[in-house]
Design a protein around this ligand. Structure first.
Ligand SMILES: [Zn+2]
Length: 280
């Protein structure tokens, strides 16, 4: 709550987008149809983009459920969907509760009604982090289920009433999926991993602090092979990230609020106009 609203507006993953091509007001993202044809990913996580040949994550499967069906979208590149299904299976095998999957991308990518510049090319997925034992969510409650934050209200550490080794198990599992580019979590969660993970710490390299992300992790997968129009972000900096770059986030909590700066979404790649336009 101490993160200035201006900073929140600049968040890579939650900037407001005023209009979603394809008609955000006409049925929502989950109702859009994919652009058929081979997989073609255009754009990158920082600029937005679009996708053809996307496939949809089933609403439930071994070890996972999708939630917020009324406002989320569950389409992605085939590798994204396969990796999420694999994560569900591995989580179930480890005795973790059913994973709750939020946004992936719309059927043709492009801006999501709720923002999410980086959820536009079928390579990003939000998965709830709260691994306290619980039964699967019943159908009637899927839309009303809100993920529980793992971070204290003052943002300076994890909430010990929720945080446990189970969440570390899930994050480790996710970081070991094939093709993971990085996983974004709240700085307090990254800090807890830095403090508590023993033995193999190599995977901490992929866990990066970012605004928000207190209740879910944002898994970003790398551009699949052969996708020349998919813009791959540079890899995370070397090392486990448990250093001054992490402390910077906590220093910001003490900084005076910055003035709000309206965010203007970057223009979509021109090649996306036809793909997204067909969705309306
Ligand atoms: Zn996300």
């Amino acid at each position: 709550m101490n993160i200035p609203r201006a900073a929140a507006l600049l968040m890579l993953t939650t900037v407001a987008v005023s209009a979603a091509p394809g008609g955000s007001g006409s049925g929502g993202p989950a109702l859009s149809s994919p652009a058929m044809g081979p997989l073609h990913i255009i754009g990158g996580p920082a600029t937005g983009g679009c996708i053809t040949g996307a496939v949809r994550l089933p609403s439930q499967g071994p070890g996972f459920q999708t939630i917020h069906l009324d406002r989320s979208a569950f389409w992605g590149a085939p590798q994204t969907i396969a990796n999420l299904e694999r994560l569900g299976q591995e989580a179930a095998a480890a005795g973790l509760p059913t994973l709750l999957v939020e946004d992936i991308s719309r059927a043709r990518g492009g801006p999501l009604p709720g923002g999410h510049v980086s959820h536009q090319i079928g390579l990003d997925a939000d998965v709830g982090l709260d691994m306290r034992p619980r039964p699967p969510i019943v159908l009637a409650n899927l839309n009303g289920t809100e993920l529980r934050s793992l971070v204290r209200p003052d943002q300076r550490d994890v909430d010990p009433s929720v945080w446990s080794p189970r969440e570390i198990t899930l994050l480790h599992m996710a970081a070991n999926l094939p093709d993971v580019d990085r996983i974004l979590v709240n700085p307090a969660i990254k800090q807890a991993l830095c403090r508590e993970v023993t033995g193999d710490r190599h995977w901490l390299h992929l866990i990066r602090p970012w605004y928000g992300h207190a209740a879910h992790m944002h898994i970003r997968f790398r551009c699949p092979a052969g996708q020349a129009d998919c813009v791959q972000a540079p890899p995370p900096p070397a090392g486990d990230g448990c250093d001054a770059t992490l402390q910077w986030w906590f220093d910001q909590l003490n900084a005076p609020p910055k003035p709000e700066v309206p965010h203007v979404p970057p223009p979509l790649p021109a090649a996306c106009t036809a793909i997204l336009g067909e969705a309306g």
